[in-house]
Ligand binder design. Structure first.
Ligand SMILES: [Zn+2]
Length: 75
């Protein structure tokens, strides 16, 4: 089932309603639109991608460990 344009417009209206005080109390319509499209405009250690600031994820470390063990077990 595909969603129509009416659904996407309603969804965006909901997001804009939720984020009308996102960064400060009185936000202009332009700022609300920006907050709806990009909720985290910066890349600091709290907002940015976790791998960039905290290294590999647990899942990736586990997979690499498994690969190293299997590589040494070869014939
Ligand atoms: Zn940030």
């Amino acid at each position: 089932m595909s969603r129509g344009i009416a659904y996407r417009r309603a969804k965006m209206a909901t997001i804009k309603q939720q984020r009308r005080h996102w960064w400060q109390h009185d936000m202009s319509p332009q700022q609300i639109g920006l907050a709806a499209a990009t909720p985290k405009p910066c890349s600091c250690w709290m907002c940015g991608h976790a791998r960039r600031h905290h290294g590999r994820t647990m899942q990736e470390r586990r997979q690499l460990d498994s690969f190293e063990i299997q590589k040494d077990d070869g014939p």
